[in-house]
Design a binder for this molecule. Structure first.
Ligand code: ZN
Ligand code: FE
Length: 256
């Protein structure tokens, strides 16, 4: 049996740990900090097999070197995101690799960074800082077009995909979603649930891709009410869904 647990790091990062219960082997996704990972491995007697990286930001790769000093694991990551020197396996769009009995499919999803990738396996998507629950990553390197294309790639996956993102931003994102779509009942319901989870200090991640389509404004730029909200906010006439996306992203950047 496989189980997946978040290892909280820094203020709001999740380092994902995939555990094969039979062998006690594990994989770690985006270890920004080695210490909480080492604690988990030691406490649970896990054997690190591989490290999967989504993009070059320090809060996702900062713990790799220290982990490798203690555990000789294979490191997988994007061929083109400035971290090639850390990697044993340089991944590009369409690559499929096997580790710990799982097939991982690699998707290039530029926008937050230019070389950002995601990993899809058995209905699970590890997407770093591209799609967040009820939100998306900031455009540090890419364009609105690139990010929207990347999000479209993700939404083309099956609806019951579980989205494992890199940060606990859901509550804050839903507050913004509510600004954009004040009449969306699904957003209201989700915000109530998420607040209850956060009050108990429970993670809100992972989440279902189908729920993202109903509540994530960045995936809903084609809808008339989202377009109207972006137009009202910007005072501009927005003809294309990517223009709506760009305004939403700027609006969110200045909201929190
Ligand atoms: Zn990042
Ligand atoms: Fe991050």
């Amino acid at each position: 049996m496989l189980h997946i647990k978040p290892i909280p790091a820094f203020h709001d990062n999740y380092i994902w740990c995939l555990v094969d219960d039979t062998s006690s082997h594990c994989l770690i996704v985006d270890p920004g900090d080695a210490n909480p990972v080492i604690q988990t491995l030691e406490k649970e007697g896990l054997l690190l097999q591989g490290i999967l990286l989504t993009h070059h930001h320090h809060d996702h790769v900062g713990g790799v070197e220290a982990l490798l000093k203690q555990y000789p694991a294979m490191v997988y990551g994007p061929a083109r995101d400035g971290i090639a020197g850390m990697l044993n396996h340089h991944l590009v769009e369409g690559d499929i690799f096997q580790i710990m009995g799982l097939d991982f499919h690699v998707m290039e999803i530029p926008g937050h960074t230019l070389g950002h990738i995601a990993y899809f396996s058995e209905g699970m998507l590890f997407c770093g800082d591209t799609l967040f629950l009820a939100g998306c990553g900031r455009l540090f390197e890419g364009t609105a077009e690139q990010m929207q294309d990347s999000l479209n790639k993700i939404t083309s996956l099956v609806d019951d995909t579980q989205v494992y993102c890199g940060h606990e931003y859901t509550e804050n994102n839903l507050k913004f979603a509510q600004l954009v779509e004040p009449d969306n009942k699904n957003i209201q319901t989700r915000l109530v649930q998420v607040r209850q989870q956060r009050e108990k200090n429970l993670p809100t991640v992972p989440g279902l891709l189908s729920l993202e389509k109903e509540t994530n404004p960045f995936l809903r730029c084609h809808l008339p009410q989202v377009k109207r909200a972006a137009e009202a906010h910007s005072g501009e006439k927005l003809n294309k869904s990517v223009d709506v996306f760009r305004i939403l992203r700027q609006w969110k950047d200045h909201t929190s």
